[in-house]
Design a protein around this ligand. Sequence first.
Ligand SMILES: NC(=O)c1ccc[n+]([C@@H]2O[C@H](COP(=O)([O-])OP(=O)(O)OC[C@H]3O[C@@H](n4cnc5c(N)ncnc54)[C@H](OP(=O)(O)O)[C@@H]3O)[C@@H](O)[C@H]2O)c1
Length: 321
Amino acid sequence: MKAIVHYKYGSPDVLELRDIDKPVPADDEVLVRVHASSVNPVEWYGMTGLLLARPSAGWLKPKDPRLGTDYAGVVEEVGENVKDFQPGDEVYGGRHGAYADYVCVRDAVAPKPKSITFEQAAAIPIAGLTALQGLRDHGKIQPGQKVLINGASGGVGTFAVQVAKALGAEVTAVCSSQNVEKARSLGADHVVDYPKEDFTRSEHRYDLLFDIAGSRSWREYKRVLAPNATFVLVGGPKTPLIGPVGHIIRIKLVSLRASQKVVFFIANFNRADFAVMNELIAAGKVTPVIDRQYKLKDLPEAMRYFGEGHARGKIAITMNA
Ligand SMILES: NC(=O)c1ccc[n+]([C@@H]2O[C@H](COP(=O)([O-])OP(=O)(O)OC[C@H]3O[C@@H](n4cnc5c(N)ncnc54)[C@H](OP(=O)(O)O)[C@@H]3O)[C@@H](O)[C@H]2O)c1
C-alpha cells in the first residue's frame, strides 16, 4: 500500500511516498481503507523531531517512519472478536500511520456521520476532541460564561468556537483580520482582530480563556481574567525543537500563585467523545471547517502551508484522488 514515510527528522522535504506492507488486523481490530486524513501539529512535530518526544520516537531518526493520525474511511475487514463494526461501515478516528491507504484500529474508531464528507470527518479526531475535552472537562465551561478563544481560526480554534457556543457560552474569538467573518459565521458573539486590537487591554473579564495560540505572556493574559477564572493551556508557538513546550512551562510556573486555575492537558481518543461530536454534528451545532485539500502525494506542500501557521480551519489530505 502507499504511505508517507520519513527516515530522518527535518523539513517537509524529508517526507516520501513509498510502498509499505498493508497491515493485518488483530482479532480485536478493524482494517480501514483510508479515504481522507488531516494535518495536525503532532505530525509537524513528528516530522521535525520534537526534543521531548525523541526518547520514545527515536533520538537521531524516527524509529517508526510512518506519519499521520486522523483518518476517515471504510471498514474493509474486521478481526474475529469485533462485534460493533462490519465491512462497508463508514468510520473515522485516530491512529498513528494514517497517511496511508490502510490503518488497523482497535478503540479510536467511530461511525462517520452521514451528513459530512470523509475530509470533514478526518478533520475531527485531534482538533475536535481537543476543543471538546479542553472546554468541557478541563475548562469546566458553564452556560452564560464569558469565554475567550485565542487562536480561533485554526484547526482547534474553529471547533472550539462552535463547541463553546453549543455549550452555552458567550464567545469572544481572537483571530487575524482575514478570519473575522469566518469566526462570526461559526457563532462567535464578539471577534477581536488581533493585528488591530489588543484583547489584553480590553475592559472585559473572562471566566474561561482557551489559549490555543500561546501568543501572549501570563502578565498580559491575567489582566483580562476574572479572579476565579480558568485558563486552559492548549498550545503555543511552533518553536524549533521544543514546540509549544516552552510557553506551557513558562505559564505554568509564573501562574503558580495566581487566584485563577491554570490547566494544561493532552487530548485523548475515546468513543464516548466521538459520540458527543457526532451528536453535535447531527444537531447542526458543529461543522468541521476545511481550509485546503491536498492529495497524499502532495503532503510536503500541505505541511509547508501548515508550517506557516495561518491555516483557516483544517487542512485535509485525500488518499484516493
Ligand atoms: N493539548 C492538546 O491536546 C493539543 C491538541 C491539538 C493541538 N494542540 C496545540 O494547539 C495549537 C494549535 O493547533 P491547531 O491545530 O489549531 O493549529 P493551526 O491550525 O495551525 O492554528 C493555529 C492558529 O493560530 C492562530 N494564530 C497565530 N498567531 C496568533 C496570534 N498572535 N493570536 C491569535 N491567533 C494566532 C492562526 O490564526 P490567524 O491566521 O488568524 O493568525 C492559526 O489559525 C498547537 O500549539 C498545538 O500543539 C494541543
